[in-house]
Design a protein around this ligand. Structure first.
Ligand SMILES: C[S@@+](CC[C@H](N)C(=O)[O-])C[C@H]1O[C@@H](n2cnc3c(N)ncnc32)[C@H](O)[C@@H]1O
Length: 240
């Protein structure tokens, strides 16, 4: 299996999971990437698996343009929009919906998660991860406070806030998402990645992911206080 993503074990884990799904399915797989940014998570993936059709949704016009460049020649398109009411805009359903490192930046979270739900086929999967830890320190604290204040006046672009486990679980229940699996990732080894020699990074990613999966098997009960150890929360969801 190729290393489909680097620097982040939650994304690598999800991409590996999707790769297995694609190989098992054998036919066309439709993927929706909410908050795709520049879509770099999927460029290698789409090159390897041309039977995937990919739609990225991204509110930032600049990131959208970069995503379009990155995806040129691939079976993919990018839509410039926030992740709200996406089904009404696209009018199609997907086998897999992903949201990588986005939810912590989303102001209207219930609308966003409802949008993912409405875009998902009856037997589809929603893979979502979000950063649980990075708003706690120094400069980020100030950015967070300003972003939260101006979001109330309709400028959502700078919004970020901690995703409380309890709030998320309540929203998933309300939208009728079923939890297939929950995990935590990205211990401080995430920082170590940056000093690993280029030629060893693929190997590092495989070993690091194996280590994080082992941590997930120890029976550690995740709660918000553990966000400082495990930077990323990861869920696989399906319709109830
Ligand atoms: C940290 S980036 C992650 C980008 C990409 N998913 C990745 O993993 O590299 C967060 C992205 O979320 C997008 N975003 C913020 N609020 C959003 C919303 N309400 N709906 C959809 N995307 C949103 C931002 O524009 C940004 O591209």
């Amino acid at each position: 299996m190729s290393v489909l993503s680097t620097g982040n074990t939650a994304k690598l884990y999800c991409l590996n999971w999707i790769e297995r799904y694609v190989v098992e399915k054998g036919s066309e797989v439709k993927i929706l990437d909410l908050g795709c940014g520049t879509a770099l998570n999927f460029v290698n993936f789409l090159r390897l698996y041309p039977q995937i059709s990919y739609v990225g949704v991204e509110p930032s016009r600049d990131s959208c343009l970069k995503a379009q460049q990155n995806l040129s020649g691939l079976n993919a398109r990018v839509v410039n929009s926030p992740g709200y009411h996406v089904h009404e805009k696209l009018r199609e359903k997907f086998d897999i919906v992903v949201s990588f490192s986005v939810l912590e930046h989303v102001y209207r979270r219930l609308d966003y998660l409802s949008s993912a739900n409405a875009c998902l086929k009856e037997d589809g999967y929603f893979l979502i991860n979000y950063d649980a830890g990075h708003f706690i320190h120094g400069k980020e604290k100030l950015i967070t406070a300003i972003g939260q204040a101006i979001a109330r006046f309709g400028i959502e672009r700078y919004y970020q806030s901690f995703v409380k486990e309890e709030d998320l679980l309540r929203m998933l229940e309300r939208i009728r998402f079923k939890i297939i699996e929950k995990k935590f990732f990205n211990t401080s080894l995430k920082g170590t990645y940056k000093v690993i020699p280029e030629s060893k990074r693929a190997d590092y990613m495989k070993k690091w992911l194996r280590f994080e999966l082992w941590l997930n098997e120890l029976g550690i009960e995740y709660d918000d206080s553990k966000a400082r150890f495990f930077g990323t929360r990861n869920f696989i969801l399906a319709h109830k």
